[in-house]
Write a protein that binds this ligand. Structure first.
Ligand code: NAP
Length: 320
């Protein structure tokens, strides 16, 4: 019997082919919907390797069903969707896909920042709907990005990559992180501040910290109230870091200028989500790493990790 693999999303066949040569591979067969929990549970009970994406919730109840599972390869750098404690207890290795998505995600963070500050979505929507009647001095005005102060919460790989882009826009950079990064400060001239100082001083704030017990709900009503009325908030890492109800109130009451959201408390987001009714929100469906090159690199990384573990080698990018 060859070892078996279950993949929770439909992948391009060329990415799966190397795995099929060595293992029995089963794959969820839909491009649009996520795998059903009952099927996931059944597969987890039977396979040697599981390939997940960041919106698959792999909790302790599912892991309880695992009988011969040796590795979970998560297609993403964040791995808060997996109960890594429960995996570790069962001796299941978990890997992720860092680095290969850093520059692509930083590009998207910067694109979202520009789009939100300049309200591109609103301008385009109005143009398409016949709302561009004449050039007016204050029509479609936004907030400047170049030359302003950027606050980065979570100065890790992607945070640094966003900072490098900000330098090209002649921005001053403040950051808040668990640990102070003196080398980064010396190299790029950024300034380490407390979270409150960052929120008070920054013209634009980008969230790039992972979702953990510590960061859950980190940006709520009090924190939004510290921000400038002209400031934008870009939520790039995980939705649960921002309290969406408090954000709705802050945007509706014009406590802040705008928000750019790539990630959400609960994904996928319903089209009836209250934040989608606001004109000062730029909304994206979790596409930080979504380029062909980067997604293929992430897939290669996941495939390599499966081969390594099932052939008895230590994989790269092990998180537990
Ligand atoms: P990383 O290199 O691990 O950086 C995360 C940074 O956050 C680290 O510098 C860490 O500080 C800091 N941090 C941790 N807890 C914190 C806290 N409580 N307060 C402030 N800072 C804190 O990770 P990365 O590769 O840059 O990725 C960051 C996150 O982006 C991922 O976890 C993922 O959720 C998200 N992401 C989203 C997309 C998307 O499609 N939107 C794509 C890729 C990644 P220390 O170094 O001191 O621990």
């Amino acid at each position: 019997m060859r070892p078996s693999v279950f993949i929770t999303r439909k992948l391009p066949e060329k990415m799966v082919a190397p795995l099929r040569e060595k293992f029995e591979v089963r794959m969820w067969d839909s491009d649009v919907s996520a795998v059903r929990r009952s099927i996931l549970k059944e597969e987890i009970s039977q396979v040697d390797a599981l390939w997940t994406v960041v919106s698959d919730c792999i909790d302790s109840e599912l892991l309880e069903a695992a009988e011969q599972l040796k590795v979970i390869v998560n297609m993403g750098v964040g791995f808060n969707n997996i109960d890594t404690g429960a995996a570790k207890e069962k001796g299941i290795i978990v890997t992720n896909t860092p680095d290969v998505l850093t520059e692509t995600t930083a590009d998207l963070a910067f694109a979202l920042l520009l789009a939100t500050a300049r309200r591109l979505n609103r301008a385009e929507r109005e143009l398409r709907h016949g709302g561009w009647l004449s050039w007016t001095p204050m029509g479609f005005t936004g907030m400047d990005v170049g030359g302003k102060t950027l606050g980065i919460i979570g100065m890790g790989r992607i945070g640094e990559a966003v900072m490098r882009r900000a330098r090209g826009f002649n921005m001053r950079v403040l950051y808040h992180n668990r640990s102070q990064k003196e080398e980064v400060e010396q190299k790029y001239g950024c300034e380490y501040v407390t979270l409150d100082q960052l929120l008070e001083r920054a013209d634009h704030v980008v969230i790039l910290a992972p979702f953990t017990e510590e960061t859950a709900g980190m940006i709520g009503q009090r924190e939004l109230g510290l921000m400038k009325k002209t400031a934008t908030l870009i939520s790039m890492s995980r939705g649960g870091i921002v309290d969406e109800e408090a954000l709705y109130e802050a945007l509706n009451d014009e406590i802040i200028w705008g928000a750019g959201l790539d990630v959400w408390e609960k994904e996928p987001v319903s089209k009836h989500h209250p934040l989608l009714t606001l004109p000062n929100v730029t909304a994206l469906p979790h596409i930080g790493s979504a380029t062909v090159e980067t997604r293929e690199a992430m897939m290669r990384m996941n495939a390599e990790a499966i081969v390594d573990v099932l052939e008895g080698r230590e994989p790269n990018n092990r998180v537990v």
